[in-house]
Write a protein that binds this ligand. Structure first.
Ligand code: U87
Length: 336
C-alpha cells in the first residue's frame, strides 16, 4: 500500500517537472525553429514538413478510396441477395439461348468455344478450377475429360447447393443437363449415348464445391488448393457481373490469377456492353459494361498473354429482356 503511494508520487513529480519545462514555451520561436526552412522547405521532398504532410494526405485519402471501393463491392454483394438459381437457369439456359438445333444460339457458341479450347492439345494437367460457377455445369463439360480433378466455386450458398444436388444425383435439379451433355458428346465425336458416361465422369472428377469471393486477394480459403495453384482456370460471366467498375474487374482478375500456377491457362468468357441482368424475378444486378480493348488491357495488366480472342454478337432473337448484353467474348490466355 505504502509502496504504491510512493510510486504514484514519483510519477506525479516527473509529470510536474515536464509541465514546469513548458512554462517558458514561446510559440513564435517554436514555429520559427520547426516550421520554416530548412525543416519546411517545400521545394525538397525530403524536408521534414513535406514528408509529414504527404503521410497525412495519404492516410486520409487512402481511407476515402478504400471506403469507396468497399462500398461498391458491398453494394454488389447486396444485389445478389435475391438471386434465384431456378429462374436464372430458365432465363439463360433454355431456348432460345439454349437452342441446340441452331449453331448461332448463345449456348451452342459457348459450348463450341469451350470444346475447341480443351481439344487444341495445349491444355493439360491435374487440376481445373471453375471460378463463379453459379448453378451451371455447361462450362466444365469439355474440361472434365482432360483433368483428374475439378473444383467448382461460387459466392452464393444457393448456387453451391444447386450444384451439389446434381453432383449427388438426387434428381432434384432445377435444370436437366442432358441436352448439354449430349451436345458436347456430339462435338467430341462420341455417340449421343455417351452422355451418361460424361455425366459419371463429371460426378467422379469434381472433388469440391467451394465458397469464393473474387474481391478478396485470396479468393478461396487458405489451403483450398495445392501450393503451385491450379493448372487451368475457367470463369464464365463472373468478373464483370460482380464488379462495380472496371478497376474492380481488373483487380478481381488479378486475384483469381493468383489461383493459377505460372504458365497455366485461363479460359475467360464474359459479357460485352452489358449494364444489368436479371438474377430472378425483380432482381436487377448491375454489370460493368466492357469492350474488347478493356478486356485485353486488364489481361495484360495482370500478366496474362492473350492466345485467342473470339467475339459473338447476340442475334436479335437472343435479346430476350433478361439483360442488355450486346455480345460475348471468349478468351484463351496464359499466365506468365
Ligand atoms: C454462368 N458461371 O452462368 N465472387 O456462366 C465470386 C461471385 C461473387 C463474388 C457473385 C453471372 C451470370 C451472367 C455461371 C454464373 C455466372 N454468374 C457469383 C449472366 C448475365 C449475361 C449472361 C449471363 C448468363 C454469383 C448467361 C449468358 C449471358 C453468380 C456468378 C455470376 N449476363 N463469384 N464476389 N458475387 N458471384 O453467385 O453465380 O457470380 Cl448466355 Cl449472355
Amino acid at each position: 500500500m505504502e509502496n504504491k503511494g510512493v510510486k504514484e508520487k514519483t510519477m506525479e513529480d516527473g509529470v510536474a517537472a515536464m509541465a514546469a519545462c513548458y512554462a517558458g514555451f514561446d510559440p513564435a520561436a517554436y514555429l520559427q525553429y520547426n516550421y520554416t526552412a530548412p525543416r519546411a522547405d517545400f521545394s525538397r521532398r525530403d524536408s521534414i514538413v513535406p514528408w509529414k504532410l504527404g503521410c497525412l494526405h495519404r492516410a486520409f485519402t487512402e481511407g476515402v478510396q478504400e471506403k469507396t471501393m468497399e462500398d461498391g463491392v458491398a453494394a454488389m454483394a447486396a444485389s445478389y441477395e435475391g438471386f434465384d438459381p431456378a429462374a436464372y437457369l430458365q432465363y439463360n439456359y433454355t431456348a432460345p439461348r439454349a437452342d441446340f438445333t441452331r449453331r448461332d444460339s448463345t449456348v451452342s457458341w459457348k459450348l463450341g468455344c469451350l470444346h475447341r479450347a480443351f481439344t487444341e492439345g495445349d491444355i493439360s494437367g491435374g487440376l481445373l478450377v471453375d471460378v463463379g460457377s453459379g448453378p451451371t455445369l455447361y462450362q466444365v463439360l469439355s474440361g472434365c475429360e482432360i483433368f483428374e480433378r475439378l473444383v467448382l466455386t461460387d459466392f452464393l450458398e444457393v448456387n453451391r447447393r444447386e450444384l451439389k444436388r446434381w453432383l449427388q444425383d438426387q434428381g432434384k435439379s432445377s435444370l436437366d443437363w442432358t441436352p448439354y451433355l449430349q451436345h458436347v458428346c456430339k462435338l467430341e465425336g462420341r455417340g449421343a449415348l455417351a452422355w451418361s458416361e460424361k455425366a459419371s465422369r463429371l460426378r467422379a472428377v469434381v472433388s469440391d464445391v467451394l465458397p469464393i469471393d473474387v474481391h478478396r486477394p485470396q479468393p478461396l480459403a487458405p489451403g483450398a488448393l495445392p501450393s503451385p495453384g491450379a493448372d487451368c482456370l475457367v470463369s464464365c460471366f463472373c468478373l464483370e457481373s460482380v464488379s462495380p467498375d472496371l478497376d474492380a474487374f481488373t483487380r478481381a482478375l488479378g486475384h483469381i490469377g493468383g489461383l493459377l500456377r505460372p504458365k497455366g491457362h485461363l479460359i475467360l468468357i464474359g459479357a460485352l456492353g452489358e449494364s444489368f441482368y436479371q438474377g430472378g424475378p425483380g432482381v436487377q444486378i448491375p454489370v460493368v459494361p466492357l469492350d474488347e480493348a478493356q478486356v485485353c488491357s486488364s489481361l495484360k495488366q495482370n500478366g496474362f498473354t492473350l492466345m485467342r480472342l473470339e467475339v459473338y454478337v447476340l442475334p436479335d432473337d437472343m435479346r430476350v429482356g433478361v439483360d442488355d448484353v450486346s455480345g460475348i467474348f471468349f478468351v484463351k490466355a496464359r499466365k506468365e
